[in-house]
Design a protein around this ligand. Structure first.
Ligand code: TNX
Length: 576
């Protein structure tokens, strides 16, 4: 096992908060007789009861796992969280404390210092490259922008990373290694044991995402925040919000107010719809940022725009307001590519959205604009791409954008159901990168099986194995792995009306896509994945999260702890 000091790869010491200024700061630990006695007691107890979760059970599978079956760490009422004095790292420590305090009932004070001998503490070390050159030899860590190292010994748990995002991902692994009862919203008296050993982990792809369609059915901010939590558990780092479609416009635009007051009041099936105010949207963006998730907003253009035409008929090719649309057909609507007013509209909408969005991406849709063909389509897309570039953002769009000219950095999102497309391949040769969302593997709105009560089947049935068994690095013929930015699992919501239904379609397929995005290809193994995933059933049940108990996964017969409340039993067999 590495020594504790080797894990501290020498960040420049940052100013520590004086003990008196923070009531949560700890007394300094001296290795005293009492500590030694505590260690002896721990060692004896560990020999008798191994921890319930194995170190190699993490989803997505880490790059490297070295279990030490003779070692267990016990979280106790004396455990503190120690963290490098850095605002981002401190925020991760607080996130960890908020996860653990309610269920354990332990105080888990946070101390802004990692320079103390370990004595039963959880330590988050930012091996941060200082702005001034470090004295030679400089710390040679290669964990990268999102990697982390997790070391579990009898005396401490230490997560080391170069970034707060890396620490955050390490905390998600740590959470999975605790007993399933850790997911309980109410206090549980459990033995909080962690398996010993080391994990060194980094993502395979930089972009790992999921999409939520809030246009076909509208979902409240609280629902979106909960989806963000699900993404964070599995180390996804992008949430794509499909904000506009024929059935509703969901984001307030100050310069075109009727988009939401008229265009936001409908949804599939005729329900009331809804929209996010700018404050709502910022709340989503900020919450996602605390989970190291970037929001990718989509304004779908030039098709999928009936709700905009209802609000502003001047954008329609015939200048006549269409009736609001609450069905599920696609491809009939479009903004007038021949009218300059359309480009004012696009610039205003994207400008306001860019100003609200700290992330680098603006998604401009581009799919299924069946009535805007050939050069008219590519001309429209090229103008919109220039507007996005002018706003300092990077274009993302569905792969139908491929024939348009390249613009710096542009990313195409592949949603086809076959493994090759010369037009997309050509766009890649001209510099485009790809996000892979193959409809027949990654579409979370496809049914699991013929009897799945909600969802579509136009791209086939997608059981967990189908979601898992493909390789983003080789999926599209002629597209090298280096051109693949990552993966994304879209959830279209024509048939989805509640958070429970979102979760039912998300889980357990989201972790399958997450593993394709994060884990090295060498770790790909269906047999091992289904075993690891099985352990998450009791976690979701304990947390009150709905999921599909697909027979493909060997779910444990008995939940790890007694069920807490009604929601834990939900596995909808009929849509609500
Ligand atoms: C195709 S995939 C669409 C969406 C639908 C979805 C339903 C894509 C870019 N467009 O408009 O909601 O199928 O599965």
């Amino acid at each position: 096992m590495p020594s504790p000091s080797s894990a501290a790869t020498g960040p420049e010491p940052s100013p520590t908060v004086p003990a008196a200024a923070d009531p949560a700061v700890l007394p300094t630990h001296e290795p005293a007789a009492a500590d030694l006695a505590m260690l002896a007691t721990r060692a004896a107890s560990n020999l008798l009861t191994p921890p319930p979760v194995r170190l190699d059970a993490v989803v997505p599978a880490p790059e490297r796992v070295e279990a030490d079956p003779t070692t267990t760490f016990l979280l106790t009422g004396d455990t503190a969280i120690r963290v490098t004095a850095h605002p981002g790292a401190r925020a991760v420590a607080e996130h960890l404390a908020e996860l653990l305090r309610p269920v354990t009932g332990f105080p888990l004070p946070i101390a802004d210092s990692v320079e103390v001998a370990p004595a039963g503490d959880l330590t988050l070390t930012l091996a941060h490259t200082p702005a001034t050159p470090a004295p030679a030899p400089a710390p040679a860590t290669t964990l990268g922008a999102e990697g982390y190292r997790l070391d579990v010994t009898t005396t401490e748990v230490r997560i080391t990373a170069e970034t707060a995002a890396g620490l955050f991902h390490g905390v998600q692994s740590l959470r999975q290694l605790l007993p399933a009862a850790v997911e309980s919203p109410t206090p549980v008296d459990a033995r909080w044991a962690l398996p010993g050993g080391s994990i060194v982990d980094r993502p395979r792809f930089a972009y790992r995402g999921a999409m939520l369609d809030v246009a076909r059915h509208f979902f409240a901010v609280e629902d979106v925040l909960r989806v963000i939590d699900h993404l964070a558990r599995y180390k996804l780092n992008h949430l794509h919000l499909h904000l506009t479609d024929d059935q509703g416009w969901r984001i307030a635009v100050g310069s075109w107010p009727k988009l939401t007051t008229l265009g936001g009041t409908t949804e599939v099936g005729g329900g009331p719809g809804g929209h996010y105010t700018k404050t709502d949207y910022q709340k989503i963006v900020e919450y996602a940022a605390t989970r190291h998730i970037t929001v990718v907003p989509e304004i779908d253009l030039p098709g999928h725009t009936n709700s905009a035409l209802v609000a502003y008929p001047e954008l329609a090719p015939d200048k006549v307001a269409p009736p609001p649309y609450t069905g599920t057909e696609v491809g009939f609507s479009y903004v007038d590519p021949a009218d300059e007013r359309t480009y004012d509209f696009v610039a205003d909408v994207l400008g306001e959205l860019a100003a609200l969005t700290p992330g680098p991406w603006l998604h401009i849709g581009g799919d299924e604009a069946f009535k805007v063909k050939g050069e008219v389509y590519t001309g429209f897309v090229e103008r919109v791409q220039r507007i996005v570039a002018g706003l300092g953002k990077t274009v993302v769009g569905w792969h139908q954008l491929a024939p348009a000219a390249h613009v710096d950095g542009r990313v195409l999102q592949w949603w086809g159901t076959n493994g090759e497309d010369p037009t997309t391949g050509d766009a890649v040769r001209r510099g485009a990168r790809l996000i892979l969302s193959p409809g027949n593997h990654a579409y979370l709105d496809m049914k699991y099986a013929p009897d799945t009560p909600i969802g579509h089947d136009w791209a086939g049935l997608i059981d967990v194995r189908t979601a898992y068994d493909w390789d983003p690095g080789t999926h599209l013929a002629g597209v090298p792995a280096e051109a693949v930015l990552g993966v994304e699992a879209p959830l279209w919501t024509e048939s989805v009306t509640s958070l429970a239904e979102i979760e039912y379609l998300l889980l357990p397929r989201l972790p399958a896509i997450a593993e394709l995005g994060w884990s090295p290809r060498a770790a790909h193994d269906w047999a091992g994945f289904r075993e690891r995933l099985a352990g998450h059933g009791p976690r979701w049940a304990t947390a009150g999260i709905t999921f599909h108990r697909t027979p493909e996964i060997p779910w444990p017969a008995v939940p790890a702890i007694p069920r807490q409340h009604e929601a834990t039993q939900s596995d909808p067999t009929s849509p609500r």
